[in-house]
Design a protein around this ligand. Structure first.
Ligand SMILES: NC(=O)c1ccc[n+]([C@@H]2O[C@H](COP(=O)([O-])OP(=O)(O)OC[C@H]3O[C@@H](n4cnc5c(N)ncnc54)[C@H](OP(=O)(O)O)[C@@H]3O)[C@@H](O)[C@H]2O)c1
Length: 293
């Protein structure tokens, strides 16, 4: 039989979990949030409106699995409060969903004999949706062995694809996710701005770039890095890069700085690919150094 669960912190992730855990056959035991309204929404999504509690330790005390899905900075204090009020069952599994923080944030739960872990859905939850946001996504799991086992089963039951992350690797793991997701948005904005300055209407920017972006992702999947790198740095076309930098400086210092820093890192990839001649790599390196502010 699947364990019962409680949700402490009923926002986007907590309420999504409530809906999908109940749909997967887990028994809702209690819901508590900073405001009663949010707890009610989660309880409704879980199909157990009567399981709303004003005190977090009352929501958690009958649950086999307790999810603390408050904002990151409130996870440890929320866990501490429940522990002080003896709100964790002995052998309960206590989990949080932060990507950046480790299960260590939940150490107060051990005072009650609970086991602790973290279970990070590698997905952006902008809102609570009817459809299952966990289906097909990766979920990074670490913590006490019993907590890892339990989180793994939950992730599979939610339709996700779990994997183990080292406890001391979580900060860098999360930085990797920020680079791949958030900084991709930053790069796309820069590219849209440059296209617009070149005369392409703003509304057409994404459509113009989409086949290029998809092709690059396909190449990374097919041949990997460094072989997926193409373009002037991979070819050692120093004059083209120099022209880019001059044009960018006139347009925006920030754009030129970003291009310079990323260009420096790209030299290493061109060299590793074997397509960038040594003398061109040295010239590019000098060119970028002149532009570093
Ligand atoms: N959003 C994402 O894309 C995403 C993705 C992966 C992982 N995560 C992780 O999931 C966790 C939750 O994030 P979220 O995006 O769901 O945040 P959120 O939408 O801001 O929800 C957090 C909820 O916690 C409640 N809360 C705040 N302080 C509390 C406290 N001291 N005690 C009890 N409840 C409290 C808030 O309550 P009220 O509504 O009642 O005011 C809010 O609804 C975080 O650890 C985050 O890092 C988020």
């Amino acid at each position: 039989m699947k364990p019962s669960y409680a949700i402490i912190g009923c926002g986007r992730v907590g309420t999504s979990l409530a809906r999908q855990l109940s749909a997967a056959g887990y028994q809702p035991a209690g819901f508590s949030s900073r405001t009663r309204d949010s707890a009610i929404q989660a309880a409704k999504a879980a199909g157990k409106e009567e399981a709303v509690y004003d005190n977090s330790w009352e929501a958690s005390e009958n649950a086999g699995v307790v999810f603390i899905t408050t904002p990151d900075h409130s996870i440890a204090p929320a866990c501490q409060l429940i522990s002080e009020n003896r709100g964790f069952q002995e052998n309960a599994v206590v989990l949080h969903c932060s990507g950046a923080l480790s299960s260590g944030m939940l150490s107060a739960a051990r005072d009650c004999g609970a086991v602790i872990g973290s279970m990070h859905p590698l997905q952006s939850f902008a809102a609570v949706t009817e459809s299952n946001p966990f289906a097909g996504i990766k979920v990074a799991i670490e913590g006490d062995a019993a907590a890892v086992d339990c989180a793994w089963k939950i992730a599979v039951d939610l339709g996700a694809d779990p994997f183990n992350i080292r406890t001391d690797g979580k900060t860098l793991y999360h930085a990797a996710a920020v680079v791949a997701s958030n900084y991709l948005v930053t790069l796309m904005r820069l590219s849209f701005e440059l296209l617009q300055a070149s005369g392409v209407p703003e509304r057409e920017a994404y459509g113009v770039l989409k086949p290029l972006i998809s092709g690059t992702l396909n190449n990374i999947e097919r041949v990997g890095i460094p072989d997926a790198l193409t373009g002037p740095i991979a070819r050692g076309d120093v004059d083209t890069v120099s022209d880019h930098l001059s044009a960018l400086r006139q347009l925006s210092e920030t754009a030129a700085d970003l291009y310079t820093r990323l260009g420096q890192a790209t030299i290493e990839i061109g060299t590793a690919k074997g397509s960038l001649p040594t003398d061109a790599a040295a010239q590019l390196s000098r060119l970028f150094s002149k532009h570093i502010r």
